[in-house]
Design a protein around this ligand. Structure first.
Ligand code: SF4
Length: 386
């Protein structure tokens, strides 16, 4: 088996070059050819010594992911379905805007967190993606778009790790992948323009802060633990108070001076004025603190298995106003690519589930949480241990 060079950040590629008996600086040249020029053939790499090119041909390859399908939305959003083998397929979405091009990247085939409002969560989990599989999504999209838009300059200016999967549960592949995105010899993206989105894996938020701080988005979706336990099951392990403390610690090293909170608006579930008021209390700066949160309200994209409905526009606007009036910067996400199922929460790919997710989700949905029967600590433990 030869090595797929998309699997390495610059440090890893330097170590690979050393193993071939080459100087470490050769890695920089190789890295530029692969990521900046999109080269896959070593013979194209004209400033590498012929002897090195010959060695590379026997020891390495540059292998992108096979594209199973491509859909282009009326609004210009593009969704690709990539084959990652074993019956699994993942989705990647490009969202063009006037002042930026954003790529939404997947980190896992499926997801084990099983959020109730998320198509990926309902598909279950198969496996973590490798560094090569994460980076290949950016590599393919960038060079495909440059070619088709006849652009020699960078097309993708922003990356959001918000596709399929919980990136923090694939941490060992996440960090080298981020390093490739940020490296000036590869894509040279600004830390402020690379966002990791998490449902709240507290220990990994701290690790990311010391290993590779980039912008952070947290999928909050509820203003209290009772509701969040139901919508985002990981909350039973890392409740809201712990999560918010981790966010505040992250802010000390983050490239932005705020954390973005994602909040999917679910009709009658989390979208009332009372929920908004509860949120304000949760994130309102205490005396001496500056505002540190931004809210992104996401119109839910309904799918039958969720049993959930999209909030009315008036409910979203009223909710947004309560947050804004309290001094919290709040935006309502524009729905993009929903005609090709590429909108937020719609990515489903094709996953060979190994987690029996449907049974777990239906079991959860039989537990009806109301203020009257708020789960006891014991009840919470039972669910965590499912
Ligand atoms: S919202 Fe994110 S963490 Fe939750 S199930 Fe979907 S992909 Fe996983």
């Amino acid at each position: 088996m030869t090595a797929n060079l998309l699997d390495y950040d610059l440090e890893g590629l330097a170590a690979f070059c050393e193993r071939l008996g080459e100087k470490r600086f050769r890695a920089t040249q190789l890295f530029r050819w692969i990521h900046q020029k999109g080269a896959v053939e070593f013979d194209e790499m004209s400033d590498l010594a012929k002897s090195l090119r010959e060695k590379l041909k026997t020891a390495a390859h540059v292998q992108a992911l096979p594209v199973l399908s491509q859909h282009i939305s009326a609004d210009g959003t593009i969704k690709w379905l990539f084959d990652v083998g074993g019956g699994n397929a993942i989705e990647t979405v490009f969202i063009p805007e006037d002042d930026r091009g954003t790529l939404c990247i997947s980190s896992q085939a499926g997801c084990a967190v099983a959020c109730r409002f998320c198509s990926t969560g309902h598909q279950g989990f198969s496996r973590n993606l490798t560094v090569a599989e994460i980076v290949a999504q950016l590599w393919f999209a960038e060079h495909f778009l440059r070619k088709h838009l006849k652009q020699s300059e960078r097309v993708i200016s922003n990356v959001v790790m918000m596709g399929m999967g919980e990136p923090m549960q694939n941490y060992s592949a996440l960090v080298p992948s981020l390093r490739v995105m940020l490296d000036d010899h590869a894509y040279g993206l600004s830390r402020r323009r690379v966002t990791v989105s998490t449902s709240g894996v507290v220990p990994m938020i701290d690790r990311l802060g010391s290993d590779c701080p980039v912008a952070l988005a947290v999928s909050l979706h509820a203003p209290n633990d009772v509701l969040r336990d139901d919508l985002v099951p990981l909350n039973r392990k890392y409740p809201i108070a712990e999560l918010l403390e981790a966010c505040k610690r992250y802010l000390t090293v983050a490239p932005r001076d705020f954390i973005t909170f994602e909040y999917c608006m679910l009709d009658g579930v989390n979208d009332t004025p009372a929920h908004a008021a509860e949120l304000v209390k949760l994130v309102h700066p205490v005396a001496g603190e500056r505002a540190w949160s931004k809210f992104n309200l996401i119109p839910f994209n309904p799918f039958p298995a969720s049993g959930l409905l999209r909030s009315s526009q008036s409910a979203v606007l009223a909710f947004s106003k309560i947050l804004s009036d309290a001094g919290i910067v709040t935006t309502v996400r524009k729905t993009r690519g929903d005609d090709i199922d590429a909108a937020c929460g719609q990515l489903a790919g094709d996953v060979r589930d190994r987690t029996n997710i449907q049974a777990r989700i239906s079991k959860r949905r039989t537990i009806i949480i109301t203020p009257e029967n708020e789960l006891t600590p014991k009840g919470r433990e039972d669910i965590v241990n499912d």
